[in-house]
Design a protein around this ligand. Structure first.
Ligand SMILES: Cc1cc2nc3c(=O)[nH]c(=O)nc-3n(C[C@H](O)[C@H](O)[C@H](O)COP(=O)(O)OP(=O)(O)OC[C@H]3O[C@@H](n4cnc5c(N)ncnc54)[C@H](O)[C@@H]3O)c2cc1C
Length: 377
């Protein structure tokens, strides 16, 4: 049986583990966090990615965890409502749409459960080094253990460890978009009822929206600065930067900053894209943000990760003979060929505004989202 090590247990890693398991591979997932990593804002699963969820039997369960946000308000610095919108989402699309909007961590939990019990998880560990030159990949883990796998897949996100070990330093592949955001859970202290509230300050934005049937809320504090590059691991520097930027900008920022320091799931990053002209070297390949992060500004990061996982697993299956031999090179190349143009179109969704052109229309957005036909593997 072909043994695959997947690094990262978020959207791409768990979805890949599911599909590889379906196709008869033996899968281990190593995740650096001690469990599934919580946090993140509400994300959308849309277009063909809904078909992937459906094929996994998760459509209904995902729909049951929808945020069901009814609309949004923009308020002034004292909290007085300036406008309200029950027609469109803050990012522009219609509120009444076929997409499934749910919390990132709720989706990951569903995907994870779908991989049990046949997937082995190594939580709180990470790949320290790997040797990809022979007929298998020799992996040493941070914990000190060592194992050999037929294939290794990096599904470890924007700052991928596998990409760094095998493809090279992040700076070669990252395209920074200059927007920084902190996202974290807060109590629903504004008593929001399936509602989002936003305030735009002089140089920052703040948003709070209710989550999990109003039992809690998620906050987002954002700002733009193309020159700032904080270390994504330096939480103290991130706290300090967010506090400095939000100071004096009004609304409920002081409360949010207090909650931020003790939040169970603080997440901060600069919105960025990853651009590679190949997604595999030898027996190692990348999937999801590790290979082609589109950035939250595209609204497509999660859907693209689900599609990539489905296609990568499917193409490996297609490259597997009756004797069980996997022509991994063929599988990896066909994954790239089938998916690369779609990824490029999707990455454009995040950058068209930044480039200063007219924002693309809803019709153009929909056309790009649907511009892929999935094979049945
Ligand atoms: C905590 C968090 C919050 C996020 N919030 C948002 C958001 O608000 N909006 C949005 O659009 N996108 C968000 N994202 C990104 C979003 O999840 C992805 O764009 C998309 O879902 C594709 O997911 P992915 O699985 O490729 O990468 P990710 O979701 O980034 O997952 C990468 C996984 O790899 C793990 N990992 C990292 N390093 C290692 C290592 N060395 N060894 C093993 N595992 C490792 C991480 O802990 C994580 O579980 C967030 C990601 C995370 C991890």
């Amino acid at each position: 049986m072909t043994e695959v090590l997947v690094s990262g247990a978020s959207v791409a890693g768990t979805a890949l583990a599911y599909w590889l398991g379906q196709h008869g591979y033996l899968v281990t997932v190593v995740e650096s966090h001690p469990g599934l990593r919580p946090g993140g804002q509400a994300i959308d699963v849309r277009g063909p990615a809904l078909a992937v969820l459906e094929a996994m039997g998760l459509l209904q369960a995902a729909a049951e965890r929808k945020t069901n946000i009814r609309g949004s308000s923009v308020v002034d610095r004292d909290g007085n409502e300036l406008s309200r919108d029950t027609e469109s989402t803050p990012t522009g699309g219609p509120i009444d749409n076929p997409d499934i909007e749910l919390l990132r961590d709720d989706l990951v939990e569903l995907l994870y459960e779908s991989t049990l019990p046949r997937t082995e998880y190594l939580f709180g560990d990470s790949i320290a080094s790997l040797d990809n030159r022979g007929p298998a990949v020799d992996v040493k883990f941070e914990s000190g253990s060592a194992r050999t796998y037929d294939l290794v897949i990096g599904a470890d996100g924007l700052h991928s460890n596998v990409r760094k070990l095998v493809f090279g330093p992040e700076d070669r592949f990252i395209k920074r978009l200059g927007t920084h955001a902190a996202i974290f859970t807060v109590p629903n202290f504004l008593d929001l009822d399936y509602w989002q509230t936003w305030h735009y300050g002089d140089s920052t934005m703040a948003g709070v929206y209710s989550a999990r049937d109003n039992s809690e809320a998620r906050a987002m504090l954002g700002f733009m600065d193309a020159e700032l590059h904080l270390d994504y691991r330096d939480t103290e520097a991130q706290f300090a930067e967010v506090e400095r930027r939000m100071d004096g900008e009004g609304w409920v920022r002081p409360q949010l900053l207090k909650y931020m320091r003790t939040a169970p799931d603080f997440y901060f990053d600069e919105m960025s894209q990853i651009v590679l002209d190949h997604w595999s070297i030898g027996r190692v390949a990348l999937v999801g943000d590790a290979a082609y992060c589109c950035s939250p500004l595209s609204g497509q990061g999660t859907s693209v990760a689900l599609l990539g996982a489905y296609i990568l697993a499917g193409e490996l299956k297609m490259a597997t003979g009756f004797d069980g031999y996997v022509d991994h090179g063929r599988g990896f190349i066909n994954y790239f060929k089938r998916f690369h143009a779609y990824v490029q179109r999707t990455q454009f969704l995040a950058t068209d505004n930044i480039a200063g052109g007219a924002p693309i229309s809803q019709e153009q957005f929909d056309a790009i989202v649907h511009s892929i036909t999935l094979l049945k593997y």
